[in-house]
Design a protein around this ligand. Structure first.
Ligand code: AHM
Ligand code: MG
Length: 336
Protein backbone atom coordinates (compact mmCIF):
# COMPACT_ATOMS: atom_id res chain seq x y z
CA UNK A 1 0.00 0.00 0.00
CA UNK A 2 1.51 3.33 -0.97
CA UNK A 3 0.53 6.85 -0.10
CA UNK A 4 -0.42 7.34 -3.76
CA UNK A 5 -3.27 4.85 -3.57
CA UNK A 6 -6.79 6.16 -3.76
CA UNK A 7 -8.83 5.89 -0.58
CA UNK A 8 -12.25 4.23 -0.51
CA UNK A 9 -13.81 7.62 0.28
CA UNK A 10 -12.25 9.17 -2.84
CA UNK A 11 -13.21 6.14 -4.92
CA UNK A 12 -16.87 6.39 -3.87
CA UNK A 13 -16.98 10.10 -4.74
CA UNK A 14 -15.44 9.45 -8.19
CA UNK A 15 -17.88 6.59 -8.87
CA UNK A 16 -20.81 8.75 -7.85
CA UNK A 17 -20.08 11.24 -10.62
CA UNK A 18 -20.09 8.33 -13.13
CA UNK A 19 -23.76 7.62 -12.38
CA UNK A 20 -25.28 10.60 -14.15
CA UNK A 21 -28.70 10.82 -12.56
CA UNK A 22 -27.90 9.18 -9.27
CA UNK A 23 -29.00 10.94 -6.11
CA UNK A 24 -25.99 9.74 -4.14
CA UNK A 25 -28.11 7.35 -2.07
CA UNK A 26 -26.10 4.28 -3.05
CA UNK A 27 -22.82 6.10 -2.33
CA UNK A 28 -24.07 7.07 1.12
CA UNK A 29 -25.17 3.51 1.71
CA UNK A 30 -21.74 2.08 0.82
CA UNK A 31 -20.22 4.74 3.05
CA UNK A 32 -22.32 3.56 5.99
CA UNK A 33 -21.25 -0.05 5.41
CA UNK A 34 -17.63 1.10 5.32
CA UNK A 35 -18.11 2.81 8.68
CA UNK A 36 -19.93 -0.10 10.32
CA UNK A 37 -17.16 -2.40 9.04
CA UNK A 38 -14.56 -0.31 10.86
CA UNK A 39 -16.48 -0.50 14.12
CA UNK A 40 -16.93 -4.28 13.86
CA UNK A 41 -13.29 -4.66 12.86
CA UNK A 42 -12.23 -2.88 16.03
CA UNK A 43 -14.29 -5.27 18.13
CA UNK A 44 -13.24 -8.42 16.23
CA UNK A 45 -9.58 -7.49 16.67
CA UNK A 46 -9.84 -7.26 20.41
CA UNK A 47 -12.05 -10.34 20.74
CA UNK A 48 -9.30 -12.22 22.53
CA UNK A 49 -8.80 -9.40 25.00
CA UNK A 50 -12.25 -8.73 26.32
CA UNK A 51 -14.95 -10.89 27.72
CA UNK A 52 -16.88 -11.02 24.53
CA UNK A 53 -16.07 -14.55 23.42
CA UNK A 54 -18.53 -17.38 23.57
CA UNK A 55 -22.18 -17.92 22.84
CA UNK A 56 -24.66 -15.26 23.88
CA UNK A 57 -27.02 -17.96 25.06
CA UNK A 58 -29.52 -17.46 22.26
CA UNK A 59 -30.25 -19.37 19.11
CA UNK A 60 -30.93 -17.70 15.78
CA UNK A 61 -33.81 -18.73 13.54
CA UNK A 62 -31.78 -21.58 12.04
CA UNK A 63 -31.34 -23.04 15.54
CA UNK A 64 -27.62 -22.28 15.70
CA UNK A 65 -25.88 -20.76 18.70
CA UNK A 66 -25.32 -17.07 18.27
CA UNK A 67 -21.88 -15.87 19.24
CA UNK A 68 -21.69 -12.58 21.10
CA UNK A 69 -19.86 -10.94 18.23
CA UNK A 70 -22.63 -12.01 15.81
CA UNK A 71 -25.11 -10.13 17.93
CA UNK A 72 -22.79 -7.15 18.21
CA UNK A 73 -22.06 -7.00 14.45
CA UNK A 74 -25.75 -7.33 13.68
CA UNK A 75 -26.56 -4.37 15.93
CA UNK A 76 -23.75 -2.22 14.55
CA UNK A 77 -24.76 -2.72 10.92
CA UNK A 78 -28.46 -2.27 11.60
CA UNK A 79 -27.99 0.81 13.81
CA UNK A 80 -25.57 2.44 11.37
CA UNK A 81 -28.03 2.03 8.50
CA UNK A 82 -31.15 2.90 10.51
CA UNK A 83 -29.61 6.03 12.06
CA UNK A 84 -28.57 7.36 8.67
CA UNK A 85 -32.09 6.82 7.31
CA UNK A 86 -30.72 5.74 3.93
CA UNK A 87 -32.45 2.40 3.34
CA UNK A 88 -36.10 1.41 3.43
CA UNK A 89 -35.55 -2.12 4.71
CA UNK A 90 -32.99 -4.57 6.08
CA UNK A 91 -32.97 -8.35 6.30
CA UNK A 92 -30.27 -10.09 8.29
CA UNK A 93 -29.27 -13.69 8.81
CA UNK A 94 -29.52 -12.96 12.52
CA UNK A 95 -33.07 -11.55 12.43
CA UNK A 96 -36.24 -13.64 12.14
CA UNK A 97 -38.00 -11.10 9.94
CA UNK A 98 -37.09 -8.11 7.83
CA UNK A 99 -36.99 -4.59 9.30
CA UNK A 100 -38.91 -1.65 7.81
CA UNK A 101 -37.27 1.77 8.00
CA UNK A 102 -38.61 5.25 7.37
CA UNK A 103 -36.53 7.91 5.63
CA UNK A 104 -35.34 11.26 7.03
CA UNK A 105 -38.70 12.93 6.43
CA UNK A 106 -40.47 10.05 8.19
CA UNK A 107 -41.81 8.77 4.89
CA UNK A 108 -41.01 5.44 3.27
CA UNK A 109 -39.24 7.02 0.34
CA UNK A 110 -35.75 5.52 0.36
CA UNK A 111 -34.97 3.33 -2.65
CA UNK A 112 -32.66 0.60 -1.42
CA UNK A 113 -32.89 -2.47 0.76
CA UNK A 114 -29.94 -4.31 2.31
CA UNK A 115 -29.60 -7.99 3.08
CA UNK A 116 -26.64 -9.15 5.12
CA UNK A 117 -24.84 -11.78 7.07
CA UNK A 118 -23.27 -9.50 9.69
CA UNK A 119 -20.62 -11.99 10.85
CA UNK A 120 -20.18 -15.05 8.71
CA UNK A 121 -18.06 -17.94 9.92
CA UNK A 122 -18.39 -16.77 13.50
CA UNK A 123 -17.64 -20.23 14.91
CA UNK A 124 -14.06 -19.40 13.85
CA UNK A 125 -13.70 -16.45 16.21
CA UNK A 126 -12.83 -18.54 19.25
CA UNK A 127 -9.80 -19.90 17.39
CA UNK A 128 -8.58 -16.63 15.88
CA UNK A 129 -9.51 -17.48 12.30
CA UNK A 130 -10.79 -14.88 9.84
CA UNK A 131 -14.48 -14.03 9.69
CA UNK A 132 -16.41 -11.70 7.41
CA UNK A 133 -19.48 -9.56 6.76
CA UNK A 134 -21.46 -10.15 3.57
CA UNK A 135 -23.90 -7.60 2.12
CA UNK A 136 -26.28 -7.40 -0.78
CA UNK A 137 -28.16 -4.33 -2.06
CA UNK A 138 -31.34 -4.14 -4.15
CA UNK A 139 -33.62 -1.40 -5.33
CA UNK A 140 -37.10 -1.85 -3.85
CA UNK A 141 -39.81 -3.04 -6.27
CA UNK A 142 -42.87 -1.90 -4.32
CA UNK A 143 -43.90 1.75 -4.77
CA UNK A 144 -41.89 4.49 -3.04
CA UNK A 145 -43.73 6.01 -0.10
CA UNK A 146 -45.19 2.69 1.09
CA UNK A 147 -43.59 0.37 3.68
CA UNK A 148 -41.42 -2.38 2.14
CA UNK A 149 -42.92 -5.85 1.81
CA UNK A 150 -41.47 -9.35 1.61
CA UNK A 151 -41.54 -9.03 -2.21
CA UNK A 152 -38.78 -6.42 -2.03
CA UNK A 153 -36.53 -8.99 -0.36
CA UNK A 154 -37.41 -12.02 -2.47
CA UNK A 155 -35.93 -10.72 -5.73
CA UNK A 156 -33.64 -13.00 -7.74
CA UNK A 157 -29.92 -12.26 -7.21
CA UNK A 158 -29.51 -10.93 -10.74
CA UNK A 159 -31.48 -7.86 -9.60
CA UNK A 160 -28.75 -6.87 -7.12
CA UNK A 161 -27.37 -3.38 -7.69
CA UNK A 162 -24.35 -3.92 -5.46
CA UNK A 163 -22.82 -6.58 -3.23
CA UNK A 164 -19.67 -7.12 -1.28
CA UNK A 165 -17.93 -8.42 1.79
CA UNK A 166 -15.58 -7.31 4.50
CA UNK A 167 -12.95 -9.83 5.52
CA UNK A 168 -11.50 -9.41 9.00
CA UNK A 169 -8.26 -11.23 8.23
CA UNK A 170 -4.55 -10.62 8.63
CA UNK A 171 -5.59 -7.27 7.17
CA UNK A 172 -9.15 -6.07 7.04
CA UNK A 173 -10.46 -5.56 3.53
CA UNK A 174 -13.68 -4.45 1.94
CA UNK A 175 -14.35 -5.93 -1.50
CA UNK A 176 -17.42 -4.81 -3.43
CA UNK A 177 -18.97 -4.20 -6.80
CA UNK A 178 -21.72 -1.88 -7.94
CA UNK A 179 -22.11 -3.92 -11.12
CA UNK A 180 -18.99 -3.35 -13.18
CA UNK A 181 -15.63 -4.25 -11.70
CA UNK A 182 -14.85 -5.76 -8.32
CA UNK A 183 -12.53 -3.61 -6.22
CA UNK A 184 -10.75 -4.39 -2.98
CA UNK A 185 -9.68 -1.87 -0.32
CA UNK A 186 -7.36 -2.60 2.59
CA UNK A 187 -7.82 -0.89 5.93
CA UNK A 188 -4.86 0.93 7.42
CA UNK A 189 -5.87 0.48 11.05
CA UNK A 190 -3.49 3.16 12.28
CA UNK A 191 -5.49 5.91 10.58
CA UNK A 192 -8.78 4.11 9.96
CA UNK A 193 -8.65 4.58 6.18
CA UNK A 194 -9.28 1.99 3.49
CA UNK A 195 -6.98 2.22 0.44
CA UNK A 196 -7.62 0.79 -3.01
CA UNK A 197 -5.22 -2.17 -2.91
CA UNK A 198 -6.87 -4.60 -5.36
CA UNK A 199 -8.36 -2.73 -8.35
CA UNK A 200 -10.49 -4.67 -10.82
CA UNK A 201 -10.19 -8.11 -9.21
CA UNK A 202 -10.51 -11.11 -11.54
CA UNK A 203 -10.30 -14.85 -11.06
CA UNK A 204 -7.09 -16.07 -12.73
CA UNK A 205 -7.53 -17.87 -16.06
CA UNK A 206 -7.07 -21.30 -14.42
CA UNK A 207 -7.82 -22.42 -10.90
CA UNK A 208 -6.19 -25.26 -8.98
CA UNK A 209 -7.71 -25.06 -5.50
CA UNK A 210 -10.84 -26.85 -4.31
CA UNK A 211 -12.50 -25.86 -1.03
CA UNK A 212 -15.08 -28.12 0.56
CA UNK A 213 -15.79 -29.72 3.92
CA UNK A 214 -14.70 -33.19 2.84
CA UNK A 215 -15.80 -34.64 6.17
CA UNK A 216 -19.29 -34.69 4.66
CA UNK A 217 -18.09 -36.75 1.67
CA UNK A 218 -20.27 -39.81 2.31
CA UNK A 219 -23.37 -37.61 2.34
CA UNK A 220 -22.62 -35.81 -0.95
CA UNK A 221 -24.49 -36.47 -4.22
CA UNK A 222 -22.73 -38.81 -6.65
CA UNK A 223 -21.76 -35.96 -9.02
CA UNK A 224 -19.92 -34.12 -6.22
CA UNK A 225 -18.11 -37.28 -5.12
CA UNK A 226 -16.97 -37.90 -8.68
CA UNK A 227 -15.85 -34.26 -9.04
CA UNK A 228 -13.78 -34.50 -5.83
CA UNK A 229 -12.12 -37.66 -7.16
CA UNK A 230 -11.45 -35.79 -10.44
CA UNK A 231 -9.75 -32.98 -8.43
CA UNK A 232 -7.53 -35.58 -6.78
CA UNK A 233 -6.53 -37.50 -9.92
CA UNK A 234 -3.01 -37.22 -11.29
CA UNK A 235 -3.46 -35.79 -14.79
CA UNK A 236 -2.11 -32.57 -16.33
CA UNK A 237 -2.51 -29.77 -13.73
CA UNK A 238 -4.12 -32.18 -11.27
CA UNK A 239 -4.21 -33.16 -8.47
CA UNK A 240 -5.50 -29.78 -7.31
CA UNK A 241 -4.69 -28.31 -3.94
CA UNK A 242 -7.27 -28.61 -1.16
CA UNK A 243 -7.82 -25.55 1.05
CA UNK A 244 -10.79 -25.14 3.39
CA UNK A 245 -10.90 -22.48 6.10
CA UNK A 246 -14.59 -22.99 6.89
CA UNK A 247 -15.19 -19.26 6.59
CA UNK A 248 -16.92 -18.56 3.27
CA UNK A 249 -15.63 -15.01 2.90
CA UNK A 250 -12.00 -16.06 3.41
CA UNK A 251 -12.29 -19.15 1.22
CA UNK A 252 -13.92 -17.12 -1.56
CA UNK A 253 -11.38 -14.29 -1.22
CA UNK A 254 -8.43 -16.66 -1.53
CA UNK A 255 -9.96 -18.49 -4.46
CA UNK A 256 -10.69 -15.26 -6.34
CA UNK A 257 -7.05 -14.18 -5.94
CA UNK A 258 -5.37 -17.54 -6.49
CA UNK A 259 -7.94 -19.43 -8.59
CA UNK A 260 -10.23 -22.09 -7.21
CA UNK A 261 -13.71 -23.39 -6.48
CA UNK A 262 -15.64 -23.28 -3.20
CA UNK A 263 -18.56 -25.64 -2.69
CA UNK A 264 -21.13 -26.47 -0.07
CA UNK A 265 -23.28 -29.17 -1.69
CA UNK A 266 -26.52 -30.72 -0.56
CA UNK A 267 -25.99 -33.62 1.79
CA UNK A 268 -28.30 -36.49 2.62
CA UNK A 269 -28.94 -34.73 5.96
CA UNK A 270 -29.35 -31.22 4.51
CA UNK A 271 -30.81 -31.56 1.01
CA UNK A 272 -30.58 -27.78 0.46
CA UNK A 273 -27.03 -27.49 1.74
CA UNK A 274 -26.10 -25.08 4.51
CA UNK A 275 -25.61 -21.65 2.99
CA UNK A 276 -28.35 -19.06 2.68
CA UNK A 277 -29.33 -17.91 -0.77
CA UNK A 278 -30.09 -14.31 0.17
CA UNK A 279 -27.35 -13.49 2.67
CA UNK A 280 -24.43 -15.57 1.44
CA UNK A 281 -24.84 -17.13 -2.02
CA UNK A 282 -26.38 -14.26 -3.99
CA UNK A 283 -23.84 -11.59 -2.98
CA UNK A 284 -20.91 -13.98 -3.55
CA UNK A 285 -22.39 -15.08 -6.90
CA UNK A 286 -22.75 -11.42 -7.95
CA UNK A 287 -19.09 -10.76 -7.14
CA UNK A 288 -17.94 -14.03 -8.75
CA UNK A 289 -19.64 -13.19 -12.05
CA UNK A 290 -18.27 -9.63 -12.02
CA UNK A 291 -14.80 -11.10 -11.47
CA UNK A 292 -15.13 -13.49 -14.44
CA UNK A 293 -16.15 -16.48 -12.30
CA UNK A 294 -19.35 -18.47 -12.01
CA UNK A 295 -21.83 -19.57 -9.30
CA UNK A 296 -24.27 -22.46 -9.57
CA UNK A 297 -26.50 -24.69 -7.47
CA UNK A 298 -25.04 -27.61 -9.39
CA UNK A 299 -27.43 -27.25 -12.32
CA UNK A 300 -28.54 -23.62 -12.61
CA UNK A 301 -27.18 -20.12 -12.18
CA UNK A 302 -27.55 -18.94 -8.56
CA UNK A 303 -28.52 -15.40 -9.65
CA UNK A 304 -31.53 -16.72 -11.62
CA UNK A 305 -33.17 -18.44 -8.64
CA UNK A 306 -36.42 -16.80 -7.53
CA UNK A 307 -36.30 -16.97 -3.72
CA UNK A 308 -39.37 -18.22 -1.89
CA UNK A 309 -38.37 -17.36 1.68
CA UNK A 310 -35.94 -15.11 3.52
CA UNK A 311 -33.80 -17.79 5.14
CA UNK A 312 -33.79 -20.19 2.19
CA UNK A 313 -30.74 -22.43 1.78
CA UNK A 314 -29.25 -23.63 -1.47
CA UNK A 315 -26.39 -25.90 -2.60
CA UNK A 316 -23.54 -23.62 -3.67
CA UNK A 317 -20.66 -24.05 -6.13
CA UNK A 318 -18.68 -20.91 -6.84
CA UNK A 319 -15.34 -19.92 -8.31
CA UNK A 320 -13.36 -20.20 -11.53
CA UNK A 321 -15.71 -20.63 -14.46
CA UNK A 322 -13.88 -23.66 -15.91
CA UNK A 323 -14.03 -25.44 -12.55
CA UNK A 324 -17.74 -24.74 -11.97
CA UNK A 325 -18.47 -25.87 -15.57
CA UNK A 326 -16.67 -29.15 -14.90
CA UNK A 327 -18.55 -29.66 -11.62
CA UNK A 328 -21.88 -29.06 -13.40
CA UNK A 329 -20.92 -31.63 -16.05
CA UNK A 330 -20.37 -34.24 -13.32
CA UNK A 331 -23.67 -33.28 -11.67
CA UNK A 332 -25.52 -33.67 -14.94
CA UNK A 333 -23.89 -37.00 -15.71
CA UNK A 334 -24.69 -38.47 -12.29
CA UNK A 335 -28.14 -36.98 -11.82
CA UNK A 336 -30.13 -39.21 -9.47
P1 AHM B 1 -22.55 -19.30 9.50
O1 AHM B 1 -23.33 -18.28 8.69
O2 AHM B 1 -23.36 -19.92 10.57
O3 AHM B 1 -21.25 -18.72 9.99
O4 AHM B 1 -22.22 -20.51 8.51
C1 AHM B 1 -21.63 -20.26 7.27
C2 AHM B 1 -20.26 -20.84 7.26
C3 AHM B 1 -19.45 -20.45 6.06
O5 AHM B 1 -18.70 -19.30 6.26
C4 AHM B 1 -18.54 -21.65 5.90
O6 AHM B 1 -18.07 -21.78 4.60
C5 AHM B 1 -19.44 -22.79 6.31
O7 AHM B 1 -20.39 -22.24 7.19
C6 AHM B 1 -18.68 -23.85 7.02
O8 AHM B 1 -19.54 -24.88 7.37
P2 AHM B 1 -18.97 -26.28 7.87
O9 AHM B 1 -18.39 -26.03 9.22
O10 AHM B 1 -20.16 -27.18 7.90
O11 AHM B 1 -17.93 -26.74 6.88
MG1 MG C 1 -23.27 -17.03 7.47
Amino acid sequence: MTKHNKTLGEFIINKQSEFKYSSGELSRLINSIRLAGKIVNHEVNKAGLVDILGAAGEENIQGEDQQKLDVYANEVFINTLVNREIVCGIASEEEDDFITIKGGNKKHDNKYIVLMDPLDGSSNIDVNVSVGTIFSIYRRITPDGTPVTIDDFLQPGKQQVAAGYIVYGTSTMIVYSTGHGVNGFTLNPAIGTYYLSHPNMKFPEKGNIYSVNEGNYVHFPEGVKKYIKYCQEEEGERPYTSRYIGSLVSDFHRNMIKGGIYFYPSTSKNPDGKLRLLYECNPMAFLAERAGGKASNGFNRILDIKPSELHQRVPFFCGNKDMVDKLEAFMQKHKE
